[in-house]
Structure formats: C-alpha cells, structure tokens
Design a protein around this ligand. Sequence first.
Ligand code: HXC
Ligand code: NAP
Length: 266
Amino acid sequence: MDPFVPNLLAGKTAFIAGGTSGINLGIAKRLAGLGCKVSVAGRNPEKAEGAAREIGGTDIALGLSCDVRIYQSVEEALKKAADTFGKFDIVVSGAAGNFVAPALGMSANGFRTVVDIDLNGTFNVFRACYEHLNRPGASLIAITAGQAVNASMFQAHVCAAKAGINHLCRVLAMEWGPTGVRVNGISPGPIADTEGMARLAPTPEAEANIKARVPLRRYGTKEEIGDAAVFLSSDAARYITGTILDVDGGSQLGDARSRDGSNGLA
Ligand code: HXC
Ligand code: NAP
C-alpha cells in the first residue's frame, strides 16, 4: 500500500537537477505520481526529454538541458522551468559525477571535476533557485552520500564534495530558515540499478560483498529514496531543516558482519 495519500503534492512544483536518470529520476517519478509538476535537468538534452516523457509527458513534466557547473546555465534552466510550471515548492540538487581512483591516480582536473559537479553544482542550484521559490514553505533537498561522513578509499573527490554538501545544507538552513525555506539532505545507501553502483560494485561478487555489510542486507530502491523526498517535502517535515536523512538500510552504522560471518540470530 502506498504510504502517502493520493495527490498529496497536487498543485506543487519541483525542479530536479540531475533528474534525468537514476535515483533523481526515481524521485521525479515519485513526486509526479503524487500530483507534483516536475522539471528535470541534465547535460544531455535528448536524455532530459526522454526522462520527461517517461515521467508522464508535457502536462506534468519538462526536460531541460543544463550543466550545473555553469551558473548561467542553471539560471536559464530554472527560469524556463518556472515560466512553464510556476514557482518551486521543491528543489532537488542531485547531479553528480564519480569514478573509482586512488588520489595518486587522479589528476587535479579529475578531482576538481567531481567537486565542481557535486558541491559547486549544489551551491549554484540552491543559490539560483532562491528567487523562484514559493516562500514560505519551500523544501530544498541535496542528494549526498555516506562518503560525506565515512572516509572511503579511492573516493577522495566524492568524500570531499559530499562532506561540503552536508555542511552547505546546514548553513543555508540557518540563513534561509527565517523566510520559511527548509534545506535538508538525503544520504542514500547503495541503490539498485544505478550508475553509481555500476561504477562502485561492477561485479556480482562486489555487489554481494556490499549487501553483506548492510544491516538490512540488501540494496535500496529508487522508490525508497523517492519516499524520503516526499516526506521531507511534506507538511510532516515542516519543523525539519538542516538535517541529513540517511536512507541506507543502516549502512552508516558500519560493517554489519561478525568476524565469523554469523549474525548471532537463530
Ligand atoms: C581517473 C578520471 C577517470 C578515471 C575521468 N577522469 N575518469 N581519472 N580515473 N576513471 C578524469 C579525466 O581524465 C579528466 O582529467 C577529468 O577526470 C574530467 O574528465 P572528463 O571526462 O573530461 O569530464 P566530464 O566529461 O565532465 O565527465 C565527468 C565525469 C563522468 C565525472 C568524469 O564520469 C561523468 O559525466 N559522470 C556522470 C555520471 C556519474 O558519474 N554517475 C554516478 C554518480 S554516483 P584530465 O586531467 O585527464 O583532464 C555517485 C556515487 C556516490 O556520485 C556514492 C555512491 C555510494
Ligand atoms: P546517475 O544516474 O548518473 O545520475 C546523475 C545525474 O546527474 C544524471 O541525470 C546526469 O545527466 C546528471 N549530471 C551529471 N553531471 C551533470 C552536470 N555537470 N550538470 C547537470 N547534470 C549533470 O547517478 P545515480 O547513481 O542515480 O546517482 C544520483 C545521485 O545519488 C548522485 O547525487 C549520487 O551521488 C547519489 N548517490 C547515489 C548512490 C547510488 O547507490 N547510486 C548512493 C549514494 C548517493 P547527464 O549525464 O545528462 O548530465
């Protein structure tokens, strides 16, 4: 059964940076399924248009091309979206890049590229969307990751960028709280059928190894991250700002395996 009432978000409008695939597209579909009009933006225009069609077509979705690293490009996409569906009640910043490499195998440009997409991109999206927000009441959500808190080998760029995103959310929550704008993060655990996990766990063995460490013993789903975004955007979360919501099956707690592989349960 759906945990939310039908049309919970009817009359609301959302902008989702990086919403053209994966987890963020899952969020877009979840919001649209509850009646929200959504604009999704990514670098590839065909992919963006395809995503909008998948979400439900022109009545409810708009696909836009934008590079979150370029402030003017973000401004233009936000303006087109606001002109089409009106001011935003929900803005999600989820564009990201990742590759697996040790720090010594990473050029300065490789490190900068990921920080630029994830961290600077989130600043650009949140800074530029402010003038288009329905205030009070707007909900801003950054998509972060456990790497923000737990150092992770071969992920220097992602760890640095996502840690910056978490703290940026806290600062914006303080500065913008007085105008009724809430700023939170969602930290997904390993999510099935995503580009992120295809890069981090490309083999069945690597996937099984990760699942074995998660307290809930499985990958999460895009729908589960969508549900968290709905919650954070709903009235149920009206007094929640500056928080990072872990939606990760308990992954953040650590490696949930005993030394001998047993779990102590009957
Ligand atoms: C070392 C690499 C590399 C690799 C790229 N680079 N791949 N260095 N090992 N495997 C270097 C390049 O050599 C270059 O440096 C620099 O990074 C920029 O590369 P470009 O290809 O020119 O950049 P660009 O076209 O902007 O592409 C950005 C990208 C790409 C991040 C490199 O992979 C991308 O577009 N990714 C978007 C999709 C994605 O990554 N999705 C997963 C998100 S998941 P030089 O010095 O040669 O110029 C995620 C997971 C978080 O965020 C946590 C999960 C649990
Ligand atoms: P994904 O499918 O690769 O999604 C990335 C999105 O960002 C795409 O829409 C991509 O479209 C867009 N994008 C990339 N660079 C961009 C740029 N410079 N400007 C604008 N858009 C850009 O990845 P995913 O695995 O679903 O990850 C989505 C989010 O969840 C990311 O923030 C990631 O860090 C986070 N996360 C993922 C996992 C996981 O298990 N996958 C776990 C924790 C956190 P274009 O390529 O067309 O630009």
